[in-house]
Design a binder for this molecule. Structure first.
Ligand SMILES: Nc1ncnc2c1ncn2[C@@H]1O[C@H](COP(=O)(O)OP(=O)(O)O)[C@@H](O)[C@H]1O
Ligand SMILES: O=P(O)(O)OC[C@H]1O[C@H](OP(=O)(O)OP(=O)(O)O)[C@H](O)[C@@H]1O
Length: 182
């Protein structure tokens, strides 16, 4: 049985990860979104995700519900183990991961590619302002984290500048993914 390639979309806050993933999934050619579990406060929305309380997240961890988990921005994030089933149905799974878990993810998924999105600090700041999801302090903390580098040891990385139009980014990713699998 063929398992879907897992496509991790990573990059600094505001670079456009969720926008790019949604645009790729909306094309209807077999790329599906992974729904993360997040202890995000009520009122802060964005991507489609499953909201958990701290206690629910702890219970999920104890029950082995997560393949990967990490902390960032004062929240906890989990990738549900049920994506093993989703991998049997899709051509590719799009997942928004922390740069800190990429090496573990590569080991776990095997068929794994990283799409690393970039944009200048000015573009990031402007995008976070447009999105207007976080408080001023959280916005600054996100911008400070933008310098984080990709870890060593990743086998397949596609770096794409998302400073320009979203459509252009999507086309570039699709053609680079096609080259990868050819
Ligand atoms: N290529 C683009 N051009 C213009 N605006 C964009 C582009 N990509 C994303 N955005 C906007 O930037 C903001 C942050 O995007 P988002 O997808 O939430 O980023 P991330 O998930 O990386 O934090 C949103 O308001 C989104 O609509
Ligand atoms: O370790 P890093 O690579 O810096 O990533 C830290 C976190 O930031 C993003 O979260 P989220 O999507 O909630 O925030 P964002 O939309 O502001 O990027 C990403 O999905 C990680 O969960």
């Amino acid at each position: 049985m063929t398992l879907a390639t897992v496509i991790a979309v990573v990059g600094p806050s505001g670079v456009g990860k969720d926008s790019v993933m949604e645009a790729l999934a909306a094309r209807g050619d077999g790329l599906q979104l992974v729904r993360r579990v997040i202890t995000r406060p009520a009122g802060e929305d964005g991507e489609v995700f499953a909201r958990a309380t701290e206690a629910e997240f702890d219970a999920g961890l104890a029950a082995g519900d997560f393949l990967l988990n990490w902390d960032a921005h004062g929240m906890r994030y989990g990738i549900p183990a049920v994506i093993h089933d989703q991998r049997r149905q899709a051509r590719g799974l799009l997942v928004n991961l922390s740069r800190s878990v990429l090496v573990d993810a590569q080991e776990l998924f095997g068929d794994f590619v990283v799409v690393s999105l970039t944009a200048s600090p000015e573009v990031l700041a402007a995008r976070l302002d447009t999105r207007a999801r976080e408080s001023v302090e959280d916005r600054q903390r996100r911008l400070d984290r933008a310098r984080l580098k990709l870890p060593e040891g990743l086998r397949r990385v596609i770096e794409v500048d998302n400073s320009g139009a979203l459509d252009q980014t999507v086309q570039t990713i699709l053609s680079r993914l096609q080259c990868e699998s050819a």
